[in-house]
Design a protein around this ligand. Structure first.
Ligand SMILES: [Zn+2]
Length: 227
């Protein structure tokens, strides 16, 4: 009787361990064996920071979520062999000291980094807000009439859809950063801070890890046609 109990206990323990490590192990294996990103130069733009916290909902600043997600994505992309540049790695903005228009100065410096000729592609990370609290899920935006960036938006959205259950499809967006750049790249709204369920997920470390992995998979799939 005692032996049976121990056997059940060991079985449950094994099952728990297998479930807990399976996903990270499978991901680590996929990242390690990825040939699509080798030598690519990818810029990650963590939206807002410093003087500009972005959206602020229920005490949560958007720039913190964007930065943590950006750092998680950086780690994955580097493990896959990409050269990663960040517009910021801390709680700062990029405006010149004493600039009259802080936001404009900040955006100009970000655009300078993204427009560098060596850049393969960029992703700018943000969180969405809406007057309608029911709005939920991620949406990827691309530059108007930029068909290649639209394809990148498609593959990233496909992978994010699995994580965020988003019903959105990629859209061309009239965003300052997209209008100021000419490099291949997209702006990702990872979820709605105004939706309580989205906000609580965005605040969850494991969920942000899933988002980062989904964005990486989207980039990798897009690049797979080039290598
Ligand atoms: Zn934002």
């Amino acid at each position: 009787m005692m032996k049976k109990k121990i056997a059940i206990l060991v079985y449950c323990l094994c099952l728990f361990v297998i479930t807990a490590v399976r996903k990270p192990l499978m991901r680590a294996f996929a990242i390690m064996n990825d040939q699509n990103l080798k030598g690519m130069i990818i810029v990650i733009d963590a939206g807002h920071g410093g003087n500009d916290p972005g959206a602020r909902i229920s005490g949560q600043d958007e720039d913190e979520i964007n930065l943590d997600l950006a750092l998680k994505l950086k780690s994955i992309l580097e493990r896959a062999g990409a050269n990663v540049e960040m517009t910021r790695t801390d709680d700062v903005d990029l405006s010149d000291a004493g600039a009259e228009h802080i936001k404009r100065s900040d955006m100009e410096h970000r655009a300078e980094i993204l427009n560098h000729e060596d850049v393969t592609l960029f992703v700018s990370l943000h969180c969405n807000t809406s007057a309608d609290q029911r709005c939920t899920g991620s949406q990827v935006y691309y530059r108007k009439e930029d068909e290649v960036s639209r394809k990148l938006a498609d593959t990233i959205q496909d992978h994010l859809r699995v994580v965020t259950s988003s019903k959105y499809i990629p859209a061309s967006g009239d965003f300052y950063l997209l209008n100021m750049t000419n490099t291949l790249g997209v702006l990702i709204e990872t979820g709605f801070m105004t939706n309580p369920a989205d906000l609580s997920k965005l605040q969850d470390e494991k969920y942000r890890e899933d988002l980062a992995y989904a964005i990486y998979k989207g980039i990798s799939e897009f690049l797979s046609v080039l290598v």
